[in-house]
Design a protein around this ligand. Structure first.
Ligand code: PLP
Length: 301
């Protein structure tokens, strides 16, 4: 591990496990734990650091001076990357989806203030950028520049995610994770959870492509039958919400003192409790749901 990363990690807080208690969980005899990756850092939080760790390590070890990536106007990925770049003295550049608005979102204002260079691109050009998957694949990339695809979806991201599993020092039957690109889910699957079920909850509508994307990220290795992605808890699509979800998040905060975001973790917990209600889990099961952070994104609502 590069010495700069060891230094950076010194400011991080431990990701603890918290057990949730509710009449439903008691009635169904389900033990539900939350792995609080949201507590690691206020900005470089949740799956962001897990995914970025070995990518940034690779960039530093190979003397890259810049990381170029892509994301939307509220991207947690760009937000975390910009701050990591600032702290490690790495230049960061972002392709941002859509024309430059008159007023920049709070996320974009932050990343700009941390020194990230902004390049607004049309939605069509943004879609084209999704085709470039390897660090040197971006057309026109210069020496010393490292290309990082949307959401940090690379093989190196999987390694950092897998570390999360080894921190769970108890037996459990099921792991739950929200999905955007499916990279974090793929990372969990690389940790050889032979008997454990891994369930993803898609934040996007019509996301059946995720099954193929996860398989591609895994390079056809570690493909087990013990995982699934629930596609029905998208609440209308990516970053879409409604009163039911907002109320759910508000009640969750009051009940468990845990803040959720509306894009990812709110939808996962809503879906998970819905599945518990429908008896999708066996009595006596022990579930660990991963809080992947992303709370900065709530500033849009
Ligand atoms: C808070 C949060 N949770 C979950 C995800 C989904 O992660 P992935 O794109 O690896 O599926 C993201 C996006 O990266 C995120 O920002």
């Amino acid at each position: 591990m590069h010495s700069k990363l060891i230094e950076l990690e010194k400011q991080f807080k431990p990701s603890i496990l918290t057990q949730l208690h509710s009449p439903l969980l008691t009635q169904k005899n389900i033990e539900l734990w939350v792995k609080r990756d949201d507590l690691i850092h206020p900005i470089i939080s949740g799956n962001k650091w897990r995914k970025l760790k070995y990518i940034v390590n690779d960039a530093l070890n190979n003397n890259f001076h810049s990381i170029i990536s892509m994301g939307g106007a509220y991207s947690n990925h760009l937000h975390a990357l910009a701050l990591v770049g600032k702290q490690l003295n790495l230049k960061t550049i972002a392709y941002i989806r859509g024309e430059q608005p008159k007023k920049l979102s709070a996320t974009i204002q932050d990343i700009q203030s941390w020194g990230m260079e902004l390049r607004f691109v049309s939605r069509t050009d943004y879609r084209i950028l999704r085709n470039y998957k390897k660090p040197d694949q971006l057309p026109g990339i210069k020496s010393g520049e490292y290309w990082l695809p949307e959401g940090g979806a690379t093989e190196l991201a999987l390694q950092g995610v897998a570390e999360l599993v080894s921190e769970i020092d108890m037996d459990f039957d099921t792991l739950c994770i929200p999905c955007g690109t499916g990279t974090t889910l793929a990372g969990l699957l690389t940790s050889n959870l032979v008997k454990t079920k891994v369930y993803g909850f898609s934040a996007l509508k019509g996301a059946d492509f995720l099954f193929k994307d996860v398989a591609n990220l895994l390079n056809q290795q570690h493909i087990q039958n013990n995982w699934n992605i629930y596609l029905q808890y998208h609440f209308g699509g990516f970053a879409k919400t409604n009163n039911e979800l907002s109320l759910y998040i508000e009640t969750f905060k009051k009940q468990y003192d845990i803040a959720l975001d509306s894009v990812y973790t709110g939808k996962m917990f809503y879906g998970l409790f819905d599945l518990i209600k429908q008896d999708a889990f066996n009595s006596g099961e022990k579930i660990v749901a991963i809080h992947t952070g992303g709370l900065q994104g709530n500033r849009v609502y």
